[in-house]
Design a protein around this ligand. Structure first.
Ligand code: CA
Ligand code: CA
Length: 265
């Protein structure tokens, strides 16, 4: 009888352990990764407002100090860097020519100071569209989670598509940067450098300015920061503007030549 009781207690203990263990596992497991990104048809407004945020064209990469670019695949043909999960670390995207001649979208995320491909974590969604020829970003829904625009080439039967971002929400600040329409004589096209200070964290970003006056919206992820952010912008010509006390989780318009003033859209 004692043995039966002991066995019963043992079964109950195992059942409790499995139940508690399963519950803990469910709590710490990330939600299904397939849901983190979904395909969506791109409308004209989204396509028109999409911007390349940080490209890795060799000159721009040098201007931006993105030294980790050496780790990208040699057959990569277009790419961009952006903090898609707003954790403060830049993530990288590249289009890579596949073995059959089509293009695959690869998604890299910064880990331990280097870049690792993690597209497989999200199932096949990053390799579905094979004719993508250009990457751009736009924030559909203006929810602070930046979405990926995959432009296809003209001959393709595939339409330009948006990969909608459903990753977990974190704090961010969005800066709509508007450099001078006419660059001062002698000034070369280059990049604006942006430093966002949020509490103890200082995040530096680099935004290529392809044509004078071209507006670019920069999203800077702030993880779990609560409070107001300070921003320093160094424009391509070297002029520096400071902006303090910017509210998080919203977009601020920052115009070159208006130091200290931020126009709110
Ligand atoms: Ca990130
Ligand atoms: Ca969005």
């Amino acid at each position: 009888m004692e043995t039966v009781k002991s066995q019963t207690r043992s079964y109950v203990a195992w059942a409790v352990a499995i139940f508690v263990g399963g519950g803990l596992l469910a709590l710490i497991s990330p939600r299904p990764v397939q849901e983190a990104w979904t395909f969506e048809e791109a409308n004209k407004h989204d396509i028109d407002s999409a911007v390349r945020v940080l490209a890795y064209d060799a000159d721009e990469a040098i201007a931006c100090g993105l030294l980790h670019l050496e780790s990208l695949p040699s057959n990569a043909r277009n790419g961009a860097f952006l903090d898609v999960d707003n954790d403060g670390d830049l993530d990288g995207f590249v289009l890579q020519r596949g073995a059959s001649g089509g293009a695959n979208v690869l998604f890299y995320m910064k880990l331990d100071g280097g870049y690792r491909e993690i597209s497989k974590r999200f199932g096949s969604i990053f390799t579905k569209l094979r004719d993508a020829s250009e990457l751009a970003f736009v924030d559909v829904g203006e929810d602070g989670l930046v979405d990926l625009v995959l432009r296809t080439h003209k001959a393709s039967i595939e339409a330009t598509t948006i990969l909608r971002n459903h990753l977990d929400r974190r704090a961010y600040v969005a800066l709509r940067l508007r450099p001078l329409e006419k660059a001062p004589s002698g000034a070369a096209a280059g990049a604006s450098r942006v430093v966002v200070t949020a509490g103890d964290a200082s995040l530096e970003r680099c935004v290529p300015v392809e044509t004078p006056g071209s507006e670019t919206t920069l999203y800077v992820g702030l993880d779990s920061f609560e409070g107001a952010a300070n921003v320093q912008v160094t424009w391509p010509e070297g002029q520096t503007s400071l902006y303090s006390g910017l509210a998080i989780n919203r977009t601020h318009e920052i115009e070159q030549g208006s130091p200290g003033r931020v126009r709110r859209p």
